[in-house]
Design a protein around this ligand. Structure first.
Ligand code: KG4
Length: 368
């Protein structure tokens, strides 16, 4: 099958083409091409994503991103139309103005070309992004392989979500933990803004924290809190951490701030990752799972991955640990095409008849 993926839930406009099949209990997955157009420069002056600006940029960029994805594989729209089997579009969760642009674009295509259209949950896309190989590489994964992976605990950490999900088997999810306020990525972004660093905050904080580790400054003055670290649940809260950083930072004069910037970046990264790691491993142990799966933009954080690996070793937990390649950790349409394909396979002939443009709707608050 050839699947066209479309993703516009936040500030990345992305289109992907995936070739996938399922035969003799084996999935064959081959990413053909994908383009991600990031709006970072547009939103950077505001320190976060401005929903109406994001929607306007999606509308402006979709046509170009679509052509750049498709034409290297199919020389004309006619040949794409002939070969295309399924369109998969992110229908939520996300920013509603952004979602509507992608969903309406996909509806127009599905209507004009009479193709099945499947609305994908963005979070499910993140949970399966670890399966994707690099462009033009084909991987095989059997049902037996999936059985070795599940049950699993999934941690989805991005600018908009911080979720712990118990995945009993492929397609069966239970949210066991959520953030009560800000998402982990949002804490990186807002923390960076307080410290005068660039947007998106995650990479900026990580780079600044790296300087602290190298210099090992002796000005280690104030620890930041680790919110909800010891609570007997899997929920998170990051807004208090952001406020603690703000108050600590406001007390300092200009000269001291300059000296302590790497320390505060380091401390913020440590505080966020300490809580994520502890809750995730606790969930893995309580639910007696076989694997840990990470997804979402914050997975790009090397310290987070290192700490999980370190704690798995220290706590002698023999779990499979999966996370996506960098290009599939932030928002991308390839993971949407993959989740669309997996859902298509699961659907009954009756359900397939309903995969029409009239039946797909954006839902900003969709949960998994
Ligand atoms: O999944 P994503 O691309 O978009 C949504 O939020 O939907 O994630 C973006 C988030 C931003 O908050 C960004 O600061 C964070 O991922 N991020 C990182 C790193 N790279 C991106 N956070 C920590 N460390 C990183 N290296």
């Amino acid at each position: 099958m050839i699947i066209l993926g479309i993703e516009t839930s936040c500030d990345e406009t992305s289109i992907a083409l995936l070739e996938a099949s399922y035969k003799n209990k084996v999935f064959l997955i081959k990413p053909l091409n994908s383009v991600i157009s990031s709006q970072i420069k547009i939103h950077a002056p505001y320190g976060g994503v401005v929903p109406m600006l994001a929607a306007r940029e999606h509308a402006k960029n979709l046509k170009t991103v679509f052509q750049e994805t498709v034409f290297p594989i199919f020389p004309s729209f006619a040949s794409l139309k002939q070969n295309l089997d399924l369109i998969a579009v992110t229908r939520g969760p996300g920013l509603i103005p952004s979602l509507l642009v992608g969903v309406n674009f996909s509806k127009a295509l599905a209507w004009a070309w009479q193709k099945p259209l499947l609305g994908v949950n963005h979070l499910e896309g993140h949970l399966f992004s670890f399966v994707l190989p690099e462009k033009n590489k084909k991987i095989q994964i059997s049902n037996a392989d999936f059985q070795k992976i599940f049950p699993a605990i999934g941690l989805i950490v991005s600018g908009g979500n911080t979720l712990l999900v118990y995945i009993k088997e492929r397609g069966k999810y239970q949210v066991i933990g959520n953030t009560r306020d800000d998402a982990a990525g949002e804490c990186f972004d807002k923390g960076a803004r307080i410290l005068g660093l660039s947007y998106p905050g995650g990479p900026a904080i990580a780079a600044e924290a790296e300087k602290y580790k190298i210099k090992n400054t002796k000005y280690k003055i104030q620890k930041l809190p680790r919110p909800m670290l010891d609570t007997k649940n899997y929920d998170f809260s990051f807004s208090g951490l952001k406020t603690a950083l703000l108050y600590a930072w406001q007390k300092l004069d200009f000269k001291t701030r300059k000296k302590l910037l790497p320390y505060f970046a380091f401390e913020l990264e440590e505080a966020i990752t300490d809580v994520l790691v502890k809750k995730t491993l606790q969930a893995a142990s309580d639910y007696k799972v076989k694997s840990l799966i990470l997804g979402g933009g914050v997975v790009a954080n090397q310290r987070l991955r290192e700490k999980i690996q370190e704690q798995l070793r220290v706590q002698k937990m023999t779990l499979n640990f999966y996370y996506p390649m960098l290009e599939y950790s932030t928002d991308n349409a390839m993971m949407i095409a993959l989740a669309g394909f997996l859902n298509y396979l699961k659907s009954t002939p009756k359900e397939r008849e309903k995969l029409k443009w009239q039946n797909v709707f954006a839902d900003a608050n969709l949960t998994i």
